[in-house]
Design a protein around this ligand. Sequence first.
Ligand code: THU
Length: 138
Amino acid sequence: MNDNELLQEAKKARLKAYTPYSEFQVGAALLGKSGTVYHGCNIENAAYTPTNCAERTAFFKAVSEGEREFEKIAIVGGKAGDSGDVLCAPCGVCRQVMMEFCNPDTFRIILSDGPEACKIFTLKELLPCGFGPANLDN
Ligand code: THU
């Protein structure tokens, strides 16, 4: 699946966002090494802190289905009613979850940046010198 197709999947995932408090809707589409695409949306909560970001929803769905290796993720976001093309970079907590399962040199993060454009980063670019499983190896 190419990057543009994965962004289209993220837009579909965004339609499911549950955001009664912020009305900021995020969608993510995560491509596993198996070829399966996992959708994620943000899921808010009246107590606020249990809110789960779209990216983590996608990762937790994937890992709970047995997928452990990933190629790339596409992310789109914006206020309810927007096209969802405004650049929406993953929060720090989501970057750390990516660090647990992804190779920082090769895992790619594709962000919509306007109707016809996107920005692409490696995980290492968005989380330099990240702390991951390798740090706990002796
Ligand atoms: N949000 C995400 O889903 N992903 C991010 O990386 C940034 C923030 C959500 C959480 C909350 O529901 C809303 O956007 C506003 O912060």
